[in-house]
Write a protein that binds this ligand. Structure first.
Ligand code: AMP
Length: 273
């Protein structure tokens, strides 16, 4: 596995490869969720590039940038064992200068759900993803459905800016008890880890209701809120795949999204029905 930290060196290295490139952008502290993106990229491309970059511009003041888990050596091993061809491991100065050009998230879809409580978060996400896609120039980029709003906004950027990359959504990987894997799960105390199970429970309840024929969004979200109590709820929403609110679940076109605070940790999850 080649490890490269300079954007220009990586661009040069990939320039004349003439092979399909699968790209997996991450912020490190890799887990089975990331590994499933890498596996999918390997299945569908000749070359796999993973980036590990803790992107400062997507964190707001007072958020967990400084305490975000760093596992550089373990991450390198995981990438190597997963068959990654190139690991892009830049420093902040390799990616950002001063007085920068940057991306703006769309005024509506960038400021609902997670964007409502984290204004400017998605500006940072879109800016770094734009930079990374321009550096790697991949055939396909692999993104987790767990971060559904991020996936939606990146897909929108690629479409609206006529970019030449296929975005491939990947299913959420969960622990045996249903909790979605997240680098932030290590912040949870054992008791908070238990409390966090209310998230997959609420999503399971929604699924059961839908399979029993209950499609009314209000009815479903109110049951979910009951299960999630007393956790602090940022949102429980039932949207279509374009992120418009749905009064009734439309099977095959629905995402049910939840974000809550457990202790001091924000956790998000969703199901696609
Ligand atoms: P992160 O390192 O948290 O920025 O995540 C990097 C990529 O991994 C994003 O596309 C995430 O959506 C995806 N991801 C994170 N957690 C999971 C999971 N549990 N299952 C599948 N993909 C995930």
């Amino acid at each position: 596995m080649k490890i490269i930290s300079s954007p220009l060196e990586l661009k040069n290295y990939l320039k004349n490869k003439n092979q399909t490139i699968g790209f997996v952008p991450t912020m490190g502290a890799l887990h089975e969720g990331h590994i499933s993106l890498i596996k999918k990229a390997k299945e569908q491309n000749a070359l796999v590039v993973v980036s590990i970059f803790l992107n400062p511009t997507q964190f707001l003041k007072g958020e967990d940038l400084d305490k975000y888990p760093k596992k550089d050596e373990a991450d390198k091993k995981i990438c190597e064992l997963s068959g990654v061809d190139v690991l892009f491991f830049p420093q902040v100065e390799d990616i950002y200068g001063v007085d920068e050009v940057s991306m703006l998230a769309p005024k509506v879809r960038g400021y609902v759900l997670e964007g409502a409580s984290r204004p400017s978060h998605f500006n940072g996400v879109l800016t770094v993803v734009m930079k990374l896609l321009n550096i790697v120039n991949p055939t396909r980029a692999y993104l987790g459905k767990k971060d559904a709003q991020q996936l939606n906004l990146i897909s929108l950027m690629v479409k609206q800016l006529f970019m030449d990359v296929e975005i491939v959504p990947v299913d959420t990987v969960r622990e045996k008890d249903g909790l979605a894997l997240s680098s932030r799960n290590i912040y949870l105390t054992p008791q908070e880890r238990e409390e966090a199970l209310k998230i997959p429970s609420s999503l399971r309840r929604a699924t059961v209701m839908v399979t029993r024929g209950v499609l009314d969004s209000k009815e479903i979200t109110s049951d979910m809120r009951e299960i999630l109590a007393p956790l602090e709820i940022f949102y429980v929403e039932i949207l279509d795949r374009e992120f418009n609110r749905l009064l009734d679940v439309e099977i095959g076109n629905t995402i049910i999204l939840v974000e809550v605070k457990v202790g001091t940790t924000r956790l998000l999850d969703n199901i696609w029905l």
